[in-house]
Design a protein around this ligand. Structure first.
Ligand code: NAP
Length: 337
């Protein structure tokens, strides 16, 4: 049955005012918080481990939680309408489900699960990068407990991936080396971290429900138990390299370039990952997303216009990525083998 604002109980306000987020100080979480705060339409409560070293922007309410004490999670989520989960990939596997169970007990309606990746409808790709089944289980968990999810399909984060070393988009800025996958012409849909933030803030600022059956405006409920799609650019590695050269004032002669077949890189990454090298799984992931016959390319589904997010300038985004190199090097849990 379609839900309309006019059928809701007295006192219903057709807006999302109370947003909770786990991981508010993280890579994507900090961008989400910044843009959501900018709208001035929501209070943000950050669920943060009680011993967290993250610093959060002024205006965010902090709810310290203990993952081993569910009552702290439930208390933090009481009264919240929308719960965004962003978790470090290194967080224990059951962390997501602890948050989801707490949200169900607290009466939260909507959850954005930890995902922020490619198109969830590319099922084979999801299986082959091993992240798809985990994310699907997280979404199923939410539904099973009577809540609804909205997930963001954004492809790789462009700035982060560019800065993240050879294992990701192939660039090592310290060594000025680049590994090109296949011929370097396969395209991927990518999003900047700020574009992801803008899109999420936009969805949260929509009306929750249509007023009535005549209301055809887009509402948050348009995406319940569905993904929304966003992109900044659709780029091949060769195009990224072109932008990198413009931004850094370098030419081909300044770079050491090697080529690797994506299939071989996937297999090597898998073997490295299995023998304990964490970057092996990252290599496998990026190689697989660039398979020429099944790349991560969701631009035909991108809802940028519907959401009214801006066009971005490639070289500005590349500059932001180059600016993140040192910052990421200080995160060995993500960047080291
Ligand atoms: N599309 C892409 O290119 C891309 C790239 C990387 C990641 N991702 C996705 O985005 C998600 C979020 O990544 P991110 O880089 O934003 O995460 P992150 O910054 O590494 O971590 C987010 C938050 O997780 C919490 N956390 C850290 N360790 C934890 C632990 N052991 N137990 C429980 N909580 C822990 C911390 O919050 P508190 O300290 O406040 O508790 C941290 O701020 C990833 O899981 C992945 O699904 C996508």
């Amino acid at each position: 049955m379609p839900e309309y604002a006019r059928n809701q109980p007295a006192g219903f306000k057709n807006v999302i005012e109370r947003v909770a987020i786990a991981g508010a100080g993280g890579t994507v979480g900090s961008h989400l918080v910044a843009t959501i705060l900018q709208t001035g339409k929501h209070t943000i409560t950050a669920l943060s481990r009680k011993d967290s070293s993250n610093t959060l922007p002024t205006g965010v309410l902090v709810a310290p939680i203990d993952y081993d004490d569910e009552s702290t999670i439930v208390a933090a989520l009481k009264g919240q309408q929308f719960f965004i989960i962003t978790l470090a990939p290194t967080a224990p596997r059951d962390t997501h489900s602890k948050l989801v169970q707490g949200a169900a007990k607290a009466g939260v309606s909507y959850i954005m699960p930890n995902e922020y990746a490619g198109d969830i409808e590319q099922v084979k790709l999801g299986q082959e990068v091993m992240l798809g089944p985990v994310a699907k289980a997280n979404r199923d968990d939410i539904e099973r407990l009577g809540m609804r999810w909205i997930t963001v399909c954004c492809g790789f984060w462009y700035d982060y991936s560019l800065a993240g070393g050879e294992a990701r988009l192939g660039f090592d800025f310290d060594k000025r080396s680049l590994t090109i996958y296949d011929d370097g012409n396969t395209k991927n849909s990518v999003s900047t971290l700020s574009q992801v933030g803008r899109a999420v803030a936009k969805v949260l600022s929509l009306k929750e429900l249509p007023d009535d059956e005549n209301d055809k405006s887009i509402t948050l409920s348009s995406w319940l138990n569905k993904p929304f799609y966003i992109k900044s650019f659709v780029l091949s590695q060769n195009e990224i390299f072109g932008s990198v050269k413009r931004v850094t004032g370098t030419s081909d002669a300044d770079w050491t370039i090697t080529h690797e077949a994506t299939k071989q890189r996937y297999d090597n990454g898998l073997a490295q990952g299995k023998s304990g090298n964490k970057l092996g799984f990252i290599r496998l992931l990026y190689a697989r997303m660039f398979y020429p016959d099944d790349a991560s390319e969701l631009s035909a589904k991108a809802q940028n216009e519907l959401l009214g997010v801006p066009e971005e300038d490639l070289d500005e985004a590349t500059e932001a990525g180059v600016g993140m190199v040192k910052q990421l090097q200080h995160r060995p849990e993500r960047m080291a083998a």
